[in-house]
Design a protein around this ligand. Sequence first.
Ligand code: FEO
Length: 395
Amino acid sequence: MRKLIKGNVYWVGHIDTELRQFHGSDFSTHKGSSYNSYLVREEKTILIDTVWKPYADQFVKNLAQEVDLTSIDAIVVNHGEVDHSGALPMLMELIPDCPIYCTAKAVDSLTGQYHKQWNFNTVKTGDSIDVGNGKKLVFVEMTMLHWPDSMATYLTGDNILFSNDAFGQHYATSGLFNDLADQCVLWNEAIKYYANILTPYNPFLKKKLAEIIALNLPIDIIATSHGVIWRDNPMQVVEKYAAWCDDYQENQVTIVYDTMWDGTRNLADAIASGMVEEDPHVTVKVYNIAKTDKNDVMTEVFKSKMIVVGSPTVVNDMLGSVAGFLHFMKELKMKGKKAATFGCYGWTGEAPKKIAEFLANAGYKVVDEPLRNKWNPDSDALEEARNLGRRLAKA
Ligand code: FEO
């Protein structure tokens, strides 16, 4: 399948409606994904990115129907990760001398993964190649968005920014364009992608957005490597990124816990109840992390101004489900969020304090004493938890 994007630019990627996990099992993809590859057919024929290896055979066959492979003048590799480079080995068997344009770090990535000495041409920001008909492909390094080798490519004349992972989402949508997509799903997947993948690079992103804006390039289309192609007001996603990279938060609190015999669960519900009683305008979301998708919960954490984390104490520590989620929270380096902790115990009760210490080390501002409850909470203990919720709502 191919689809005209604009002028002489075609989408030649693969829509993966069945994908449910990405990066191994690290990222849930409830709505599938796509690997967007593009063919620029001006006086020169240029392929931009490929697809993931399981779809390489189909990709190369489709491409060969579209164009005589030997007429491809160059391949642009915006990013070496296998979801975009996976079809290169098969393609390069057929056109071994075809020049590949990519960053120096992408050469490292591609040779490290495929162990082939292809015809690499390294580029940096501002370098370009002439594609004929008065148009050029201009390269823009996108270091740490999201990996060191990432870059974007801009087609002059048609004003298309091939942004690779940036501005993408894991969303398989047959219509391809943003105006044809379910807007609710689209924005959910866009913020989930940002929260779970791009958040640690907020400072780089701020700088890069400023740099892109300073280039003053007209942008008619942002052609990502996953999910929709932004053709209807493409700058709307750039504006969202500008907000998301600026220590984003909404008037929301997320309570995350695990529980053994429902004691810690009951504390979580009581804290939530005290919070909404004190502040009827705040959105409070409550999740058992052992029963909820971690990427969906992390998206809610990303949107929150405060996180309240609970675990019962087991062998002097928190449950592994909570420890794993905290580790993930620390990795993402979110800033400007408040935190509080709670949990039931039978004998020693260290978990809430340990969670608070971990969160403080991870950059969260802990705003109340850890709430510890011995054994199952009675009505007094539940009132104490509601009181914590009331205090947190005012914090
Ligand atoms: Fe979509 Fe970083 O690969």
